[in-house]
Write a protein that binds this ligand. Structure first.
Ligand SMILES: [Zn+2]
Length: 269
């Protein structure tokens, strides 16, 4: 019998190398989910910044002082409670889209259309907290890592900063700008649920009433029957299970909220 040991040995080395690469890239999310993260955070931040600059070029920016100070007031109260040293920036886009996003690198966008569905500061805080949670839980990284869009030899950042291409659309969609570029890439159920949980903590520690999150998603569901369904729902699918889970999480969030209020966290945006 001819021994094939050398080949098997080589295969074993390759397998071990691949496995260790995978293990090195496989990280635990804040709520304990395992996710494959292939990109360093610095590179994700570059992608986020490039996508943000693109969005600012393509979409009108609101000049309404009331809307701007209202959205900034809510965003700043929340980002003050987010761990890490990211410097967050928010832009209000003048668009009927019922939508918002947050990108790696600390870039947040709120569309004026959302202000009709998120009817008060607490409901808007629920959306912003949820979007920020997608970033801090590194869901964009997981989505880009799981995709095969950057196999042309160009880096993902180059693709985003470059001219129009289907790859670029895909990448923007994976970063959470799906509705913006007309491409439907919804977050997974696990990611949505995780963003809800973390988002509740953020809004509550900033002194926003977490019960408003349930109202917000009910408003979204009601608005989805209209002529123009909320864009936010195309990338953040919601259903009664989600609303039930959020409702169950409210008692814990109320403890955080009451503590924050007693410590003087009473935003009045
Ligand atoms: Zn979401």
């Amino acid at each position: 019998m001819k021994l094939k040991a050398p080949i098997n040995f080589k295969h074993a080395i390759i397998a071990i190398t691949l496995l260790s690469l995978f293990l090195a890239a496989c990280a635990t999310s804040p709520t304990g989910r395992r996710q494959l993260l292939l990109f360093p955070e610095s590179q994700m931040a570059e992608m986020g910044v490039a996508a943000y600059q693109q969005t600012k070029k393509d979409t009108a920016i609101s000049k309404n002082p009331q809307s701007n100070s209202y959205v900034s007031c809510i965003t700043n109260a929340i980002t003050a409670k987010v761990e890490g040293n990211t410097v967050w920036e928010v832009t209000v886009f003048d668009s009927e889209q019922v939508n918002a996003f947050a990108l790696p690198g600390g870039k947040i966008g709120v569309y004026t259309g959302l202000l009709d569905v998120a009817k008060n500061q607490d409901q808007l805080a629920a959306v912003i907290g949820h979007e920020i949670a997608h970033v801090t839980a590194r869901h964009g990284n997981a989505r880009v890592s799981a995709s095969t869009v950057t196999q042309t030899g160009l880096t993902a950042v180059q693709v985003i900063a470059g001219g129009a291409s289907s790859e670029k659309q895909q990448l923007l969609g994976l970063l959470g700008l799906g509705a913006q570029v007309g491409i439907l890439l919804p977050y997974g159920r696990g990611q949505e649920s995780e963003a809800d949980t973390i988002g509740l903590t953020y809004m509550a520690s900033a002194g926003f009433d977490p019960r408003a999150s349930v109202e917000l998603w009910k408003n979204m569901a009601a608005a989805s029957g209209g002529k123009a369904p909320p864009e936010l729902l195309s990338t953040h699918p919601s259903n009664s299970t989600r609303i039930n889970k959020l409702t169950q999480a409210i008692p814990d969030a109320m403890i955080i909220y009451n503590k924050a209020q007693s410590q003087g966290e009473r935003p009045n945006c």
